[in-house]
Design a protein around this ligand. Structure first.
Ligand code: GLU
Length: 485
């Protein structure tokens, strides 16, 4: 059997982390077995349709590397791949009528008022209104007459009040529910469109889908889908319902947290490969503790049997770490292309940006970390002279003042402001004084950067900022220290 999976988004906005995970797991489930991954647009809920959402879906899948084998733009013989276009083929109505003929569905002509008057029950905090099968008792003649008169109708699934329905999920096992708990859900709406509940069954079957991977919010409806498969005499696909994704506080990941969509994450400077890698681990884990996987490696390793049932926590700190690993491993030219705008944001003077980029590559987690890391090149920040005191380097205000005062004329006389040239000069002084390296480097680096931590050593910084600026900063250090002693 050739595995066929589908990603079936509703075009209602950005692609959230949960959506992307579903798409990724569908993709991996198919590709691990050399199968087909299909894209189907589920736009039957016209009220929720958002302009531009299909473009976002396409762009996200492309950037994430989840290339589909079939879809609206790639016919594989199972089209159309957009549900609103499938409606026009009459496919849903045809199958709904087949169910009506079998007694598994019925026309319902109840108006809004009547539906509103039905008893609602509160189950687990939610108001539930079960349809009372009123129209099931209409005779064939009454139905015909209503249809002939053009009365608006829906078609509902006919679920018996007795008995049980069981369906199988690969992760959760057999799930059995009391039929009395299942509502006679609408299959065809009054606008002639199918509901998601009906369309997903008809489409998954007619498009030959073998594995359905989706969020576990669909588990409670799956018994109804199972009844539809059974009514048609179709074999149901393998179901894989995915665990919830929560935020750090174990609450459902919400749009409000600001990093819940692929687009947001890209905008915040994350690399698409890192996002995909991180998302792959939200609910799935390999046999060993390995964490870094390229998409190719994921295809090889991914086994849906290893998906966990417990909620997965979306941990932005972990994603930042992983992103940093991707940046470190990135080819320099690609890195520079992505880093340049952030470097330019902080650095307006005529610096060697490539050199600075090389300094920060291993020191950032996301690209927006760059400006704060390099802004001292542009302008010496205000700093506390306390910084000159460093226990391990055995420096304090007095020793630092002495070093700066000694070095100032030497650096004034120095012509060669290359890193190597400057380093040799500083080392010479270290040797003459018979002190440890840090005893000299620490105060110099403090004076030229005004920072406790810098992406480069003293002489590399001096090379970048140049002679004039170096001397100014050393003088400033002397002043600060003199005033503080
Ligand atoms: N259109 C549904 C959604 O966007 C798809 C659910 C499914 O995969 O069956 O949530």
């Amino acid at each position: 059997m050739r595995i066929r999976t589908r990603y079936a988004p509703s075009p209602t906005g950005k692609m959230h982390v949960g959506n992307l995970r579903t798409a990724l797991y569908e993709f991996l489930t198919a590709k691990h077995e050399g199968g087909d991954f299909m894209l189907r647009i589920e736009d039957t809920d016209q009220e929720r349709f958002v302009d531009g959402a299909i473009e976002i879906i396409n762009k996200t899948l492309e950037e994430a590397g989840l290339v589909h084998d079939e879809g609206p733009d790639k016919d594989g013989g199972y089209g159309p791949y957009v549900q609103s276009e499938r409606v026009k083929t009459g496919i849903y109505m045809k199958y709904a009528k087949e169910l009506v003929d079998k007694g598994e569905a019925y026309y319902c002509f109840c108006d809004k008022e009547r539906l509103a008057s039905l008893k609602t029950e509160v189950v687990e905090g939610k108001e539930i209104c079960m349809y009372d099968k009123h129209c099931l008792s209409l005779s064939k003649e009454e139905v015909e007459a209503n249809l002939a008169a053009g009365k608006p109708f829906v078609i509902r699934q006919n679920i018996p009040n007795e008995g049980m329905t069981t369906f199988h999920d690969e992760l959760y096992g057999d799930i059995t529910v009391d039929n009395a708990e299942l509502d006679d859900m609408i299959l065809i709406k009054s606008d002639g469109f199918p509901t998601y509940n009906f369309a997903n069954v008809v489409d998954d079957h007619t498009m030959n889908i073998t594995h359905v991977v989706r969020g576990n919010e669909y588990i409670s409806s799956s018994p109804k889908y199972q009844r539809l498969y059974d009514a048609f005499g179709w074999e149901s696909p393998v179901y894989i319902h995915l665990p919830l994704i929560t935020d750090e506080n174990h609450k459902k990941l919400s749009k409000r947290c600001g990093h819940s969509s692929f687009e947001d994450l890209i905008q915040q400077g994350f690399v698409s490969e890192a996002i995909v890698n991180y998302i792959a681990l939200l609910g799935w884990s390999p046999e060993d503790n390995r964490e870094i996987f390229s998409l190719e490696e994921l295809i090889k390793e991914f086994d849906y049997h290893r998906i966990s049932k417990s909620p997965a926590v979306f941990d932005i700190v972990k994603l930042r770490w992983m992103n940093g690993e991707y940046i470190k491993a990135m080819d320099f030219d690609k890195f520079y292309e992505m880093a340049e705008p952030y470097l330019k944001q902080a650095l307006k003077k005529d610096f060697d940006l490539k050199k600075i980029a090389g300094m920060v590559k291993t020191r950032i987690e996301v690209f927006p970390d760059i400006p704060a890391l390099v802004d001292f090149f542009e302008e010496l920040p205000e700093y506390d002279p306390q910084m000159y005191t460093h226990k391990k380097m055995k420096t304090n205000s007095e020793t630092s003042l002495q070093v700066l005062k000694d070095m100032l004329p030497i650096l004034e006389a120095q012509e060669d402001y290359s890193n190597d040239g400057l380093y040799a000069t500083l080392c010479k002084y270290v040797e003459e004084k018979g002190v440890k390296n840090g005893y000299v480097m620490w105060p110099i680096r403090t004076a030229v950067s005004g920072k406790q931590m810098t992406p480069a050593g003293a002489t590399e910084i001096m090379e970048i900022i140049g002679k004039e600026e170096t001397l100014k900063r050393i003088q400033k250090g002397i002043q600060l220290l003199e005033a503080s002693i």
